[in-house]
Design a protein around this ligand. Structure first.
Ligand SMILES: Cc1cc2nc3c(=O)[nH]c(=O)nc-3n(C[C@H](O)[C@H](O)[C@H](O)COP(=O)(O)O)c2cc1C
Length: 436
């Protein structure tokens, strides 16, 4: 039994949601109200944060065409996370709101300004999921022919984060004086240009937004490769990760904590949340049947391979389904490829596709009644050492049904076991993450 409560986040994006299921009404959530309702449900369940994923392209990686991507609505259409984050922040009061923004796409000054503005709107509950983007198709939308090499992307991102941190710091917390006697709004001596000149970026500053409630947003990151893990450990307050089994998860967490210590950080300041896809029902048998219906549904294999292709830039349609996958590398998301490929397992591509969202019978297979899954989550966390889970749905097809199963089934089962807070004590996202 875990000795302390866990942290919970939800991994979603501004996409159609579930649209073709008998009990679903999704497909056009573009006014944002569906996801605002979702956020309110997560807040009632005391989640740490909702995380809005983002990518900046329509993938043609699978089969050299966008056919599968658009047919199955895989990572597209996807609307901008920042306006949705503002809507959610305005409608909630305790839930953390994390939006993904790419260092490839935003000039650092614009990103710092947007983050600061959103942290104000959220009253100190905003977080930035730092990505460098992982697809050539994304790079081609920003004037490049190809994605820069991973090592260089992270080197640029290190400089980028240093720059935006300097911008966040360009206003003192007490710069705004609003002194009626001297008719002074802000004290110019407490707002400074930064004159940043780096290898990749140059910026004079200061930022033109008032210092935000958290000073700077919570940094979230998901580096998977050794370079990515070092980057995450250097900057992140919360690391989101994907890994195979308890050993893979423990190894990842111990690794990023080691990197953090090597940067002079206290590893306990970083909350590592592992991506999982629970399948819930009243009984374990019903939940197993539900998962079986998903993986045996028409096109599941194609959907699983095409969705993996969108984040790894690898065309899995070229490989024999009934043979093991040859060893591959990618300039895209190597960590996500390693998780999917289960190198050395000898599994065929078809088996890997079937296990895209969880391997039946594995120790981290969260399929069952809320009590069964809550118990298993507690035991898995005990074995890893912390710090929580990032809940998501296969293919990001969020439905009201699943939100209720988690927030009114799984979370109460976790709360009954002391595995989840029953009320917030912190007010900013950084405080909520530091609660335990
Ligand atoms: C849980 C999780 C969420 C992620 N969210 C995004 C995202 O929203 N946008 C994006 O471009 N990449 C996202 N990524 C990809 C990571 O930023 C990173 O590219 C990936 O983990 C591979 O890291 P590596 O290149 O160091 O191996 C996510 C990865 C994980 C594991």
């Amino acid at each position: 039994m875990a000795s302390r409560p866990l942290h919970l986040g939800w991994f979603m994006n501004f996409t159609p949601g579930e649209w073709d299921h008998p009990l679903a009404t999704g497909g056009s959530p573009w006014d944002g109200r569906f996801y605002v309702d979702m956020a309110l449900a997560l807040e009632r369940a005391c989640f740490d944060y909702i995380m809005i994923e983002d990518t900046l392209m329509v993938s043609e990686a699978y089969g050299d065409s966008a056919e599968a991507t658009l047919k199955h609505a895989l990572q597209v259409p996807k609307h901008d996370p920042a306006p949705l984050a503002a809507l959610i922040a305005a409608a909630t009061s305790r839930l953390g709101v994390v939006a993904t923004m790419s260092t490839l796409a935003y000039p650092p000054f614009m990103l710092a300004r947007l983050c600061s503005t959103l942290d104000h709107i959220a009253g100190g509950r905003f977080g930035w999921n730092i990505v460098t983007s992982g697809e050539d198709a994304a790079a081609q939308n920003f004037g490049l022919d190809k994605l820069p090499p991973r090592e260089q992307r992270y080197e640029m991102a290190d400089e980028y984060v240093d720059l935006v941190c300097r911008l966040f710091d360009s206003w003192n917390a007490d710069a705004v004086v609003m002194d009626r006697t001297t008719a002074t709004y802000a004290d110019y001596r407490k707002v400074r240009p930064i004159h940043f000149e780096g290898k990749y970026f140059k910026c004079r500053g200061p930022l033109n937004t008032v210092r935000s409630p958290q000073g700077k947003p919570v940094f979230v990151q998901a580096g998977g490769s050794p370079r990515g893990r070092a980057f995450a450990a250097r900057h992140a307050d919360s690391i989101i990760a994907t890994a195979n089994g308890i050993d893979g998860m423990k190894q990842y967490r111990d690794d990023v904590r080691r990197y953090a210590a090597s940067f002079g950080r206290n590893p306990d300041e970083i909350k590592v949340l592992f991506l999982v896809y629970p399948v819930l029902a009243e009984t374990d048998e019903e939940a197993q049947a539900k998962r079986q219906r998903l993986v045996s549904s028409p096109n599941f294999i194609e959907r699983a391979l095409a969705s993996t292709a969108t984040v790894t830039d690898i065309d899995f349609s070229r490989y024999d389904l009934d043979q093991p996958l040859p060893r591959l590398t990618t300039n895209g998301e190597q960590g996500s490829l390693d998780k999917f490929a289960q190198w050395g397992s000898g599994k065929t591509l078809r088996q890997l596709a079937m296990e895209r969202f969880g391997a039946p019978g594995s120790e981290v297979d969260f399929v069952g009644s809320p009590d069964t899954v809550a118990e298993r989550m507690g035991n898995v966390m005990e074995a890893i050492g912390g710090d929580g889970f990032l809940i998501s749905t296969p293919f990001q097809r969020t439905s009201r049904r699943f939100i209720v199963e988690v927030t009114e089934g799984l979370v109460p089962a976790m709360q009954r076991r002391g595995l989840m807070r029953t009320a917030y004590s912190g007010t900013t996202l950084r405080e909520v993450l530091a609660e335990y």
